[in-house]
Design a protein around this ligand. Structure first.
Ligand code: NAD
Ligand code: IPM
Ligand code: MN
Length: 365
């Protein structure tokens, strides 16, 4: 039987709670599909800082690189918020993404029929939304140099960062986005700030150039401020969105809310080769950590993306996706997606119900 090495990075806050649920789901699906998973759990983020003094220990990065896929919970928390930059949990996450060279971050936002009422948008606006944000993940202002702290001519402290994109970085993310759009509904919207920023001017020029390789995909361009507005005005106009690192970060959190909750949104981060990194788009949610309140479905769905995009195990991925829908059909909801009349449960119970659905031990609605 096929055997895969999976690195688990539970991280901080609700990270360990949601990873535990996703691990159980992977294990169960493996036994049903005749697959074997060897899990290796490694410290990352604040947990790693406390244990080893750095947010991404070398052993964690090398274990991740040597595995077939990496599943991350979340990192960060108040305790480490005032650490120096190189000792922040978030810096560890950026080092991990850079170390694995996962430049393409796929963040799908789909309004499930079961969760239309959980959206803060009107039913007729939210219903049927199915979009994919392709976020550039290893460049832009997150990594650009020069950066740092200094003083200006008045002796006042300044902090500065640089938005920078090279042609090869734009070209490769554009190709991933065109390929993604081609497999979806053939529409790609490139989001930038080309009316102001040079990095965006080059972005728009290169995306337009690459478009000639994909005559079957309909390309449009939109400024990011307008895109933020259009996402809540009429999200159904979007199929695939491609954008830079920071705009993708912000727009995907916004898109998540259309679907009902950030606790539902999964992601896959892929490079040209090597293991992919799979993680929910949400953070460590320190406000609800340790209270068994977290919605584990974003991480469970990230595990499904791991199976599909990371391992090519489509059938196993479909089992997990179907189980999530079945669990929602059976009325189970964590607090973030709860509406009156349904069954309010915690993270653990939600996980148990997903397992039952995977196992087919319950009649489908
Ligand atoms: P957050 O995503 O952690 O939380 C925002 C809000 O959404 C909170 O009210 C939280 O309770 C809620 N929420 C998030 N995930 C949820 C879930 N699964 N179920 C139910 N509710 C959920 O964002 P934040 O509060 O801005 O950041 C908290 C920490 O997480 C910070 O240290 C930040 O740097 C870090 N962070 C990490 C990642 C990551 O690990 N990939 C992503 C974003 C933020
Ligand atoms: C995310 C997070 C990270 C990001 C932070 C924690 C570094 O917000 O994964 O969306 O900005 O990419
Ligand atoms: Mn984010």
């Amino acid at each position: 039987s096929k055997s895969y090495n999976i690195t688990l990075l539970p991280g901080d806050g609700i990270g360990p709670e949601v990873i535990s649920v996703a691990k159980n789901a992977l294990q169960l699906v493996a036994s049903l599909e005749g697959i074997e998973f060897k899990f290796q759990e490694m410290p990352m983020g604040g947990a790693a800082l406390d244990l080893t003094g750095v947010p991404l220990p070398e052993e964690t990065l090398s274990a991740a690189k040597d595995s077939d896929a990496v599943l991350l919970g979340a990192i960060g928390g108040y305790k480490w918020d005032n650490n120096e930059k190189h000792l922040k949990p978030e810096t560890g996450l950026l080092q991990l993404r850079a170390g694995l060279k996962v430049f393409a971050n796929l963040r799908p936002a789909t309004v499930l029929p079961q969760l239309v009422d959980a959206s803060t948008l009107k039913k007729e606006v939210a219903e049927g939304v199915d979009l994919m944000v392709v976020r550039e993940l290893t460049g832009g202002i997150y990594f650009g140099k020069p950066r740092g702290f200094s003083t200006n001519e008045n002796g006042e402290e300044i902090g500065f960062n640089t938005e920078v994109y090279a042609t090869y970085e734009i070209d490769r993310i554009a190709r991933v986005a065109f390929e993604t759009a081609r497999k979806r509904h053939g529409k790609l919207c490139s989001v930038d700030k080309a009316n102001v920023l040079e990095a965006s001017m080059l972005w728009r020029k290169r995306v337009t150039e690459i478009a000639s390789e994909y005559p079957d995909v309909e390309l449009s361009h939109m400024y990011v401020d307008n895109a933020a507005m259009q996402l809540v005005r009429n999200p159904k106009q979007f199929d695939t969105i491609v954008t830079n690192n920071i705009f993708g970060d912000i727009l995907s959190d916004e898109a998540s809310m259309i679907t009902g909750s950030i606790g539902m949104l999964a992601s896959a981060s892929l490079g040209a080769s090597g293991p992919g990194l799979f993680e929910p788009i949400h953070g460590s949610a320190p406000d609800i950590a340790g209270q068994d309140k977290a919605n584990p479905l974003a991480t469970v769905l990230s595990a499904a993306m791991l199976l599909k995009y990371g391992l090519g195990e489509e059938k196993a991925a479909q089992r997990i996706e179907a189980a999530v829908l079945d669990t929602l059909d059976r009325g189970y909801r964590t607090g973030d997606i709860y509406s009156a009349g349904l069954k309010l449960v915690g993270c653990k119970k939600m996980g148990e119900e997903v397992l039952k659905s995977i196992d087919g031990k319950v009649a489908t609605a």
